[in-house]
Design a protein around this ligand. Sequence first.
Ligand SMILES: Cc1cc2nc3c(=O)[nH]c(=O)nc-3n(C[C@H](O)[C@H](O)[C@H](O)COP(=O)(O)O)c2cc1C
Length: 215
Amino acid sequence: MTSVYVPIYDAMTDTLTPFPLPAHRPQVVDFLRDRRSNLAKAMAGPGPDADTRDKILEIAARVPDHRKLAPWRFIVFEGQARSSFGQHISTAFMAANPTAPADRAIFEGGRLTRAPLVVAVISSPVDCPRGTPKWEQELSAGAACMNMCLAAQAHGFAAQWLTEWYAYDEIVNAALGLETGQRVAGYIYIGTATTGSLPRPRPNLENITQFYGQN
Ligand SMILES: Cc1cc2nc3c(=O)[nH]c(=O)nc-3n(C[C@H](O)[C@H](O)[C@H](O)COP(=O)(O)O)c2cc1C
């Protein structure tokens, strides 16, 4: 199953070796068909080691991206960084809910500590001189989130794509260093599953699919 494409450049002909043609990969098909997220609150350590984490990020960045703009970036939270960033989440929560009990602020500040690894995917669209619409760039950020989940799950880890309230909070986003037009596409929680996920109802294909030209 292992196939690693190694680019080979031929200077004589100024060509690159093309990728192999698409092949049927039943294991991948099964994985995609049965894949399921796990709840962040049901995650534990260990998380991926540094090498695996980097592979997951590399795969996340390997998404369709019209005109190669890379209109997304990743902010990684591991170890102590999760709770130190949590202080901003806690502060933002208390600013929005000044009468909330103190233990709630502590709970909010601990959100990122539910998993050993959390990655904020930041949608960072640019004014493309050649006209790639911002919408397409934002879609690409969503694709990066999904690929990150897939990559983590394919490595045997639990993953969940969350936004919760703090992805939309100005105080929290300022602490992330977001610039105008940048948004959190998701916080991807990655860890070890402590319990299996139950089946989730999926849409009936008939309800979401139309065959153009047929009734
Ligand atoms: C952009 C986005 C944000 C999400 N935010 C949340 C969230 O804040 N809370 C939540 O319970 N699920 C959230 N979800 C849903 C879960 O990530 C996930 O779709 C659900 O648990 C089922 O996942 P599965 O189809 O991979 O099993 C979000 C999904 C997306 C696409």
